[in-house]
Design a protein around this ligand. Structure first.
Ligand code: SF4
Length: 75
């Protein structure tokens, strides 16, 4: 599972860092640091953080590894 934060949208409100401090951290007043990979155990809280972000800057991919069935068809 992985996530990306759109730092062009992020306003540094820190809701995410408050909800999942293991994954998100605010550095100084503005710079958000985040861990792009997270565990199943953090899934619920990451989901809450994405929902709580006032500018919807957190994009989460709950899939594990490459999508099955996405292999190209040959022939
Ligand atoms: S909650 Fe959203 S706006 Fe606030 S720091 Fe996290 S990603 Fe940025």
């Amino acid at each position: 599972m992985s996530l990306v934060v759109d730092l062009n949208r992020c306003q540094g409100f820190a809701q995410c860092a408050f909800l999942v401090p293991d994954v998100f951290a605010l550095h100084g007043d503005e710079a958000l640091l985040f861990s792009p990979r997270f565990d199943e155990a953090q899934r619920d809280r990451v989901e809450q953080a994405a929902a709580a972000c006032p500018v919807q800057a957190i994009l989460v991919d709950f899939s594990d590894g490459p999508t099955k069935g996405a292999e190209p068809h040959v022939g």
